[in-house]
Design a protein around this ligand. Structure first.
Ligand code: CA
Ligand code: CA
Ligand code: CA
Ligand code: CA
Length: 335
């Protein structure tokens, strides 16, 4: 993927309108993000079954630190252990999960394709290991934070196009079969969630837990960069739980094919020129009636060239809102 001028103008617009309600929060440090309405990320121990909703037993997130931020920062992990509250038990709790923070050369996915951690590209640990910690079942971290850091922004992999330092956190389910549910917060402070203005986070393959609430709608926000004509969406283990709707400034909503248990479904979605340089809103609507419980799901997107799209925790350009006044050609997604 290529970040051109468009993202900077979008970021600039975002900065200019920071005060208006509904605009992008500048503080994209909660992962999952505030607008996503996703309760937790989830990574299973590698002895788990993929039918429980994690296809590969690891998850990678990138954190972006703006160059004008000169202080040290921290990456906090909420409920890093697997046991007690929040986590998904299978038999007894025996999962061990390793969190590793990387900086330096090799992290930036723009320069190192394998850093993205997509399927069939196993060398996702590019970069310099800055910190690592393994958690089993540990009551002291149950429903609590573990804090990595402090880190210096300049320990990241500098990306000149974005003018930001890139860090990477890899979470791997190294043993056991339970699901570790957790979330991140990028913070100025080791013991509180204090956001860094202008920072953000993203992933290329999003593995997350849905709420156990039929009324809830979760969102993820892929950024559509210049040159994108269509995208291929892939979703895994959706368990036929309701529907997935794609909304944008120019798209009132189109449903996409959904996956069943332990199953990938994919489809192509044409992109309108007017959708370029902004985020799409992938909405995950729960099935009404009987609750599909503990639904974990995986989503990836790639463009017509096969390059993966980023899902930003704080949507670039803000949450896209359909604008009825703008006429668009009806979209008819074809495989
Ligand atoms: Ca727990
Ligand atoms: Ca177990
Ligand atoms: Ca956990
Ligand atoms: Ca599932």
């Amino acid at each position: 993927m290529r970040f051109g001028k468009s993202i900077f103008s979008t970021l600039l617009v975002t900065l200019l309108f920071a005060g208006s309600p509904g605009q992008a929060e500048l503080f994209g440090q909660a992962v999952p993000g505030k607008d996503e309405n996703i309760p937790f990320l989830v990574t299973f121990g590698k002895e788990g079954e993929t039918s429980w909703g994690d296809d590969d037993f690891y998850e990678i997130f990138f954190f972006l630190i703006p160059t004008d931020f000169k202080q040290q920062f921290y990456i906090r992990v909420f409920d890093p252990e697997t046991g007690g509250e929040n986590d998904e038990i299978q038999g007894e709790f025996n999962t061990r999960t390793m969190f590793s923070v990387y900086g330096g050369k090799g992290v930036d996915p723009d320069k190192n394709e394998e850093s993205k951690g997509l399927m069939n590209k196993p060398n996702y640990k590019g970069g310099t290991l800055l910190a690592s910690q393994t958690f089993g079942r540990e009551p002291r971290y149950d429903n609590k934070y573990y804090t990595f850091g402090p880190f210096n922004p300049t320990s990241g992999d500098f990306n000149t196009k974005w003018n930001q330092y890139v860090f990477k956190v890899v979470c791997e389910g190294i043993s056991g079969d339970d699901g570790n549910l957790y979330k991140y917060f990028l913070s100025r402070n080791p013991s509180n969630d204090v956001p860094i203005e202008g920072a953000n986070a993203f992933t290329y393959e999003y593995t997350f837990r849905m709420w156990n609430d039929t009324k809830s709608v979760s969102h993820i926000y892929p950024y559509v960069d210049t040159g994108i004509v269509w995208v291929r969406q892939r979703n895994f283990d959706w368990d036929i739980d309701g529907h997935i709707l794609v909304v944008s400034r120019y798209r009132q909503g189109v449903t996409i094919p959904i996956s069943n248990e332990d199953h990938w479904t994919e489809s192509r979605l044409p992109v309108e020129p007017a959708e370029v340089g902004a985020s799409l809103d992938f909405q995950f609507h729960k099935k009404q009636g009987e609750l599909v419980k503990n639904n974990n799901v995986v989503v990836t997107l790639e463009n017509q060239r096969g390059d993966a799209l980023q899902f930003f925790s704080s949507p670039i350009g803000g949450v896209p809102v359909y604008q009825a006044k703008i006429r668009v050609t009806p979209v008819n997604p074809k495989k």
